[in-house]
Unconditional design. Sequence first.
Length: 178
Amino acid sequence: MVNKDPFNKGIVGFDAMAGVNYLNFKYFCLSSNIGFIQKGGSQKVTMTNELGDSIATTEETERLNYLTLNTTFDLKIPIKDDIEPYILVGPRIDYLINYKENIGFLKQFDNAGKLIKISNGFITGAGINFQIKKNQLGAIFDYYINLNKLVDYTSDKDVCNKISDNTYTLNFQVGYKF
């Protein structure tokens, strides 16, 4: 049996960003961020003997660590002077720093030079900020849209290998308004 949707169970990773808002007006601003994001997935694999009897089940996990850079256009919808929901969209680029796996699945593509280490696309999301004097607290949901795959390779034996990722984050933010 072929697994048509490998690593389809998401992992809980972490991310951290440092950013700045500029051209900050009442209804919109631009925001640029640099940081770290962990992506990945897991899947259950059942090992069988030559008769097809299940003999063991194991969990395979991939964790990919990226340096990320993005700039977004934030459309703000002020409710009060101190409550500000917003939506955002903008380009982003991620560079694969390293990965950790318990099986060696990606290593085969990395060794063959077929692992694509630069991921580019868009970031979109929604958030809310609360202003407390010059301090800012908030929460934001982001979705990362990729324009390329992690692996996009067809072997000499016409075996097609395509691995893509779907990433979303939920973050809490702390800021200071100068």
